[in-house]
Write a protein that binds this ligand. Structure first.
Ligand code: FAD
Length: 663
């Protein structure tokens, strides 16, 4: 047989949806030799996911493109609840803020997935200097794993062999269904069969071209039907439900007063509807299709669903208000199923992320966010292992950290979907109906989860909560990741170990400009040591600060990593105008470069700004103003360690990193 072209790469990413693109962004940012392939010939241009939670925007900002999303998107600030009043007529029963006030510097926004994918692609291009591109119309057709090599992390070992097939443009373009001219997403919906095997068979019949890639790691970001998951023999556990929903992106013509608000509408007996106001006068309607039922196979016949069936269902729900449209941008239908993958990785070599390991209803606007955040959790860990900086055992924390989030998501979605799809109760004795107060309460408590900010990773070598990591209760073996030390949570009561560092306004010491401190925690693959220097005008405190820095830079273990793998940010609490960068702060906190001089962007102060008030960072972070403390954040901004600003603290930081870095 003819020899196939063969090449090597460190990380092979399968699928260029939100999860795959997030992973590729990390690879580009950290300079990893990666490839990303997708079976489709183009990116998506409209429709699909659209809600971005606060945490996703913080992440985008750490890569430098949140501003683009923020500017183009529709901002959602209020949520209205509509349901039948005592006379049975639809009325507004409640208004609540869409997001919890004060949790994040970003509120929730809506913008379609195609734009978000564009921002990722531009960022990947910039940081990889155009060397990492999505290879479209390319998909894997076989995967073989050299089991005996999986534990060998020497740089020249490639345990994975993947055969990639290149499709023609025609083979890779999905057909639209139902003969409509409007673009629909049915081919990506769970009501459609997966076409991966057909694509491969067709290309083989046409004698298409193939190649062999040898890879160190592979990540399946190939969606709910994941080919990668199938190769590993892993399952999704859970059940489909009988609830069928349609989705319409239209410019509505209506007298419904809250069409520019996010609304949950429960009709007396015609089902429910969710209104999501979007960019460019578009509105997304999620509509329960009560007249379409799954057949004996458990699946609904999607040929019965058209934009017309969906709008008719919506008109019934929203009556007596009128609702029509002239322009439809996109539509789809899906059946709610809630499933979580049994395994998120195979031997630390093949990983699954996004819809490949969890599926659920789209209404809570979680799927894309959680999928991107899976890849955000994994990407830097892979990059540090490939570069030989971190121990491969950190990869185990991917499953232990993310599987629990996926389970939380399913529990949240289960509750939310039931309350959302149910008929409103007529009165207190109507037990089969949904109590609207319960619905509102679920929404309010769910808001914390839905913001993405409640994520709290358990104890491991990456989170010094102390205790045994294996006690997380998710059934995974993370015994190798026992933490050696416990961080001192009491020194920074609102900077929670395991959670992302919250943001407060601080001022740049050198030029008085106010910043959200979080803006300086860029996703560049480095950990951050945050030195809360306290009141540096007190001689005793200044001495503590200098002693800490001397000991820190003298550590033979830490020294090679300082600035390279561990960036340093300082925030002090003395008066800005009475302190001097060069006089009061040790050099390591504002390093000198022979070509560009001192670093003026690493020392900040908790002080009154000229135009934007006082951020009260020490108070809000719960850090003692005189003595300060030190905090270590991971490259993804989650808090790993907290210690005293003294010799013990240096030892703690050293022990923390000894559990992570190779040497
Ligand atoms: P996908 O987006 O499915 O991407 C998988 C990629 O892999 C695709 O590009 C596909 O072509 C490619 N691929 C698949 N198989 C192969 C293969 N064998 N080889 C190569 N490539 C392959 N989420 C939200 O957060 N907010 C929302 O508002 C929201 N609304 C939604 C509305 C609808 C109507 C739907 C259907 C979903 C919605 N979601 C929402 C969910 C969201 O779309 C998904 O959770 C998200 O897209 C998952 O991202 P992913 O990268 O894991 O997978």
């Amino acid at each position: 047989a003819k020899e196939l072209p063969e090449s090597q790469c460190d990380v092979l990413i399968v699928g260029a949806g939100p999860a795959g693109l997030m992973l590729a962004t990390w690879m580009a940012r950290c300079g990893i030799n990666a490839r990303i392939v997708d079976k489709r010939s183009t990116k998506i241009f409209n429709g699909q996911a659209d809600g971005l939670q606060s945490r996703s925007l913080e992440i985008f900002d750490s890569f430098g493109f949140a501003d683009r999303a923020w500017k183009e998107a529709n901002h959602m600030l209020e949520m209205c609840m509509w349901n039948p009043g005592e006379d049975g007529t639809l009325r507004r029963s409640d208004r609540i803020p869409d997001a919890i006030v004060g949790l994040s510097r970003f509120t929730q926004i809506v913008l379609h997935q195609g734009r978000i994918e564009r921002f990722f692609l531009d960022n990947i291009k910039k940081h990889s200097k155009d060397s990492l591109r999505v290879e479209r119309a390319v998909l894997p057709e076989s995967l073989s794993i050299s089991e005996d090599l999986c534990d060998d992390y020497s740089p020249e070992t490639y345990p994975l062999k993947v055969q990639l097939r290149h499709l023609t443009e025609e083979e890779a373009t999905p057909a639209q269904s139902n003969g409509t001219t409007v673009e629909d997403g049915l081919f990506r919906s769970n009501l459609a069969d997966d076409d991966t095997d057909d694509l491969i068979a067709q290309s083989r019949a046409n004698a298409g071209s193939t190649e062999v890639v040898r890879a160190k790691f592979m990540v399946g970001c190939d969606g709910a039907h994941s080919w990668t998951r199938r190769q590993l023999g892993f399952q999704l556990e859970g059940e489909p439900t009988d609830y069928i929903w349609g989705v319409l992106d239209v410019i509505p013509i209506t007298d419904f007063p809250d069409i520019r608000e996010r609304c949950a509408v429960h009709s007396a007996s015609s089902g429910s509807l969710m209104v999501i106001p979007r960019e460019n006068k578009l509105v997304r309607l999620y509509i329960q299709l009560t007249e379409i039922k799954p057949d004996a196979s458990g699946r609904a016949d999607r040929s019965k669903i058209t934009p017309d069936t969906i709008i008719k269902a919506a008109q019934k729900i929203i009556a007596p208000y009128k609702l029509t449209y002239e322009y439809c941008d996109w539509w789809t239908a899906y059946q709610i199923g809630q499933r979580v993958g049994t395994n998120f990785d195979y031997k630390n070599r093949v990983f699954l992320a996004g819809d490949a390991v969890h599926t659920h209803s789209p209404k809570a606007g979680q799927g894309m966010n959680v999928s991107m955040q899976d890849a955000f959790n994994l990407g830097w860990k892979l990059a540090l292992v490939v570069k030989g900086v971190a121990q491969p055992s950190i990869l185990k924390t991917y499953q232990s950290e993310r599987r629990r989030i996926a389970q939380d998501l399913i529990n949240f979605d289960h509750k939310f979907s039931r309350l959302f799809s149910g008929r409103p109760a007529k009165d207190v004795l109507d037990e089969s109906g949904v109590n609207m107060t319960e619905f509102k309460d679920a929404f309010v408590t769910g808001n914390m989860f839905a913001s993405g900010l409640s994520v709290d990773y358990g104890s491991s070598m990456l989170v010094a909560k102390g205790g045994d990591a294996a006690e997380q209760g998710d059934g995974t073996d993370v015994s190798s990741s026992k933490t050696q030390i416990a961080g001192k949570q009491e020194l920074a009561t609102n900077i929670k170990l395991g959670m992302r560092l919250p943001s407060c306004k601080v001022l740049n010491q050198s030029d008085a400009r106010p910043w959200h401190f979080q803006e300086w925690f860029k996703s560049d693959g480095r950990f951050r040591l945050v030195v809360f220097a306290g009141n540096v005008l007190s001689p005793a405190q200044k001495e503590r600060l200098y002693a800490f820095c001397t000991k820190f830079t003298a550590s033979t273990f830490l020294a090679p990593h300082i600035h390279k793998d561990i960036g340093i940010l300082t925030c002090h609490s003395a008066k800005r105008t009475e302190t001097e960068l060069l006089r009061d702060f040790p050099e390591v906190l504002h390093p000198f470069d022979s070509k560009t001089g001192w670093d003026y962007n690493s020392v900040f102060v908790d002080d009154l700004s000229y135009h934007e008030g006082h951020g009260e960072a020490y108070k809000n972070y719960g850090v003692e103003k005189e003595r300060g403390c030190v905090v270590v954040t991971r490259p993804d901004q989650y808090v790993g360690f907290i210690g005293e600003l003294d010799g013990e603290g240096v030892k703690g930081v050293e022990t923390f990193f000894q559990g992570i870095f190779i040497s």
